[in-house]
Write a protein of this length. Structure first.
Length: 279
């Protein structure tokens, strides 16, 4: 079942408060500044798996980039465990749709790379890398180079590399978007298992409603640009989740209605799409 989130929890690891992001116009032909994110506020509990869904181009990826410290923002606050974020660091790791591995390195060397930058000893790097490579079921391919891997295996390696840094928060920006349907489903199931084993806090952006509901402890629904929070759902379904479960399908249908309503609003009020903010 699902219910609309209405209360904050004292165990929050991430606080996003009244976040606003504007792309300024440039040149005489520009029609005005473009507001990408407008007054977005939400929190994430330690160990929670939160998915974000919304229309294409609504600002989901921009939000993750801001949280990761890769983009600036105009107003509001982003706080991780009581501290405002600075540049991206070991406390926050982001994984993109393109796996961004170093093709000239092996899986093992890719997973060790960030650990080496932190000055961790070779012996300890090997131990940590081995642990997370085993977690993503790539032990047999630890010595393989990236070009020898399938798309799904590359994303497993990217996940292992991110987790090896022991981040407080793992950000995932449509990491399975380029994979075929079968591989995507397999990795969704594996990611649920990884989350249950590691208890990592995950913030996961997707344009696929079924993926969002299958993975998330909570689903945040964004309006069309500028991104505002239209609704939030807490998903209380046992894991692993069955994509044919009537309860899961019911939540998917409810979110689809939210998104379609937002699209209709965009058609009738293209300059100022209005969403319902739920905190």
């Amino acid at each position: 079942m699902a219910y609309i989130l209405s209360e904050k929890n004292s165990d929050n690891i991430l606080e996003v408060d009244k976040l606003r992001k504007v792309h300024p116009s440039h040149g005489a032909s520009a029609s005005g500044d473009l507001t990408v994110i407008d007054d977005v506020s939400f929190s994430v509990r330690d160990g929670e798996f939160v998915t974000i869904i919304g229309p294409s181009g609504c600002g989901k990826s921009t939000l993750l980039n801001i949280i990761a410290g890769l983009e600036s923002y105009d107003s509001g606050d982003i706080i991780v465990k009581g501290h405002r974020i600075g540049k991206v660091g070991p406390d926050i790791v982001i994984i993109f749709q393109e796996e961004s591995l170093f093709p000239w390195l092996t899986v093992e060397e890719n997973v060790e790379f960030g650990l080496k930058q932190k000055g961790i000893s070779k012996e300890e790097r090997k131990r940590i890398a081995s642990e997370y490579i085993e977690l993503v079921e790539l032990t047999a391919f630890a010595k393989s180079r990236v070009h020898q891997l399938s798309g799904g295996m590359k994303q497993r390696a990217a996940i292992a590399r991110g987790l090896a840094l022991n981040p407080r928060i793992l950000l995932m920006d449509e990491p399975f978007g380029a994979l075929d349907a079968r591989t995507r489903q397999i990795l969704q199931n594996e990611l649920q298992q990884i989350h249950q084993k590691t208890k990592k806090t995950i913030l996961f952006v997707t344009h696929d409603v079924r993926e969002a509901v299958s993975l998330g402890d909570r689903v945040i629904v964004f309006t069309p640009r500028p991104a505002r929070i239209k609704q939030q759902y807490v998903v209380e379904l046992p894991r692993p989740r069955d994509s044919e479960d009537p309860a899961l399908i019911g939540i998917i249908n409810a979110i689809m209605r939210e998104i379609k309503e937002g699209e209709k609003t965009l058609e009738t009020e293209p300059r100022n799409p209005v969403g319902i903010t739920v905190q």
